[in-house]
Design a protein around this ligand. Structure first.
Ligand SMILES: [Zn+2]
Length: 103
């Protein structure tokens, strides 16, 4: 099994225009939500730009894992996990910030 240096947990869809959100939607289902209107306000829930960004992030994570594994980079036992929260607003621009511990 390959090592997971970086992992992602992408799920849920949020409306950028109102407070609608459905956090149960899995990333595999995102293509079905492309350009779907928000049930509350009618705004576009998932733009092509955002979907492209999601796909690029997943590709970057996979590539990073493969690259680090090919270099035999060891993960120290005492390594700390860093979580990054990612948000998008329909423009395809990805905002990342360090996440507080929350579930
Ligand atoms: Zn909305």
């Amino acid at each position: 099994m390959s090592k997971q240096y970086v992992s992602y947990n992408i799920k849920g869809i949020k409306c950028d225009a109102c407070d609608f959100k459905d956090m149960s939607i899995e990333v595999e289902k995102y293509p079905e939500w492309l350009n779907k209107p928000c049930p509350k306000c009618g705004a576009n829930l998932l733009t092509q730009e955002d979907l492209d960004s999601v796909n690029r992030m997943i590709a970057a994570v996979d590539m990073t894992n493969k690259l680090l594994e090919s270099l035999n980079v060891e993960i120290p036992d005492n390594s700390e996990e860093t979580r990054v929260k990612v948000d998008m607003d329909g423009t395809g621009i990805v905002n990342m910030e360090l996440a507080e511990d929350e579930e």
